[in-house]
Design a protein around this ligand. Sequence first.
Ligand code: ADP
Ligand code: MG
Length: 291
Amino acid sequence: ATPTALLVGTGRGAQLGILIKGPEVLEQTRVIDTIVLDKTGTVTTGVMTLEEVHLSGADRQTLLSIAGSLENASEHPIARAIAQGAAAEIGAFAEVDDFRNHEGHGVSGLVDGRHALVGKPSLLADHGMALGDLEAAFEAAQEAGKTVVAAGWDGAVRGVLVVADQVKPTSAEAVEQLTGLGLEVILLTGDNDRVARHIAAQVGIDRVISEVLPQDKVEVVERLQKEGRSVAMVGDGVNDAPALVQADLGLAMGTGTDVALEAADIALVRGDLRSAADAIRLSRKTLTTIK
Ligand code: ADP
Ligand code: MG
């Protein structure tokens, strides 16, 4: 094989935007029995928007300024939604000192003289900030399948920010096709279990593995392999790369990062999850043709 990507089924593969790293990959498409799908950016568009802000002991302007300024320093899709939503209302961001990214949990830093945190309630709780009277708003948003984060400083949660991501219009059909190929489909995410189950229900996935830290995604794949499964993994983010390598078959969505694309066996140029089913079907067929 050449080091450059091989286009399987030539015309058809190219047409479908499917790049296969080498011929040995074809065999793998035949042995897999389980397919793990990352939620954000794979099943959903990954483009989040800030939809609601709930406050407790802070005015909207202050909350958006602090949360927006902090998140402006992060690349996370949640962070981008909050920074963009805030920018529309506050004008300019404030300066941030001691910025810290708590991978898979949130962010923190010194803004306007306040040590502030934005992220999971558990991260804020670790710093003595409880949801308090914002708990109801937080849970209602989660119940509705939305991603919610808390923002706080000076010993209390001051606001909750609701961001929403949309399921890609073709994801449900893709899940049906993957199931039709004899694969058990599992949704994997760092997000909350309620949100994950809501998304899973929308696309017809029964099994959900949620609240998994980025560095632990690879262990989830390993655990499934120890159960005797042959596992395919579809992801798009930097934090999906180790899991894509560990999987028996790694598929990266083309809208994702270069790191994920490099780690994968198959690159799906289009951001459409149906390409994953196409890639597996086409690879299996190509193998039959070669033999
Ligand atoms: P996913 O697996 O869906 O891509 P991550 O593992 O990146 O999610 O993040 C898991 C959770 O950590 C998020 O759902 C969010 O609650 C929290 N989180 C991570 N980064 C941030 C951030 N920059 N701002 C706020 N919350 C964050
Ligand atoms: Mg992700």
